[in-house]
Design a protein around this ligand. Structure first.
Ligand SMILES: Cc1cc2nc3c(=O)[nH]c(=O)nc-3n(C[C@H](O)[C@H](O)[C@H](O)COP(=O)(O)O)c2cc1C
Length: 194
């Protein structure tokens, strides 16, 4: 466990505060194998229900053959910006036990989302922005990479160096619900003396 000061007012970790989903990436930014290994390891180390680790990733680096096979199945919207990112990762989740119709884990999608979240924050820690998206043909990507029926192509993440010119809007909706709105129940005040 790491320990840090709890401020009187919320102060978020820079990676959480600075994270955004870029719709423009620096085409000159090249990501090496060590960086890709690092973000994959962040996903690997994520917690999962019963340590079930229901995830797998298809990794395409810009200009490599895997990247070209991924990009071929992007929707018109994501094809405007995702191909410029240094790396596109396809997030694949295990939904069924092999050869059966039994759910692999009740929490498979939950766990996959958490692994991707860890990946994106680790990416920020090594200078890479990330934009998750689902604007692509899932079935076509599954067919392209021979993903069997027990696994589901869920989403993609584009990793790279985001570019935002002065005054340029974010490109995706960024409004957030308030803290009160996302809190179902909470007793804010600690009992006296504690
Ligand atoms: C599962 C998932 C699917 C998404 N799909 C798309 C998408 O298809 N196209 C897109 O531009 N952004 C997509 N996004 C990004 C969201 O639009 C974005 O996270 C949201 O607007 C908040 O903006 P921010 O990430 O910059 O804070 C997706 C994000 C997630 C987590």
């Amino acid at each position: 466990m790491s320990v840090c000061d709890v401020p009187a007012e919320p102060v978020l970790h820079p990676a959480i505060l600075g994270r955004y989903s870029p719709v423009r990436f620096d085409r000159d930014a090249v990501v090496g194998d060590a960086a890709i290994d690092t973000i994959l390891d962040a996903a690997r180390l994520a917690p999962s229900a019963g340590n079930s680790q229901p995830w797998s990733f298809i990794v395409g680096r810009r200009d490599d053959p895997v990247h070209a096979r991924i990009v071929a199945h992007l929707a018109a919207s994501s094809s405007r910006w995702a191909p410029d990112a240094s790396v596109i990762v396809v997030n694949v989740v295990r939904v069924l036990v092999e050869g059966t119709d039994w759910a692999y884990s009740e929490f498979a999608h939950y766990d996959m989302g958490q692994a991707v979240a860890h990946m994106t924050l680790q990416a920020m820690a090594i200078g890479l922005d990330a934009h998750q998206f689902r604007a692509f043909d899932r079935d076509a990507v599954a067919a392209e990479f021979g993903v069997p029926r027990e696994w589901e192509v869920t989403s993609m993440t584009a990793f790279g160096v985001g570019v935002q010119a002065d005054g340029e809007g974010p490109g995706v909706a960024r409004g957030r619900r308030s803290r009160d709105d996302v809190t179902w129940v909470r007793d804010r005040r600690l009992p006296a003396g504690s």
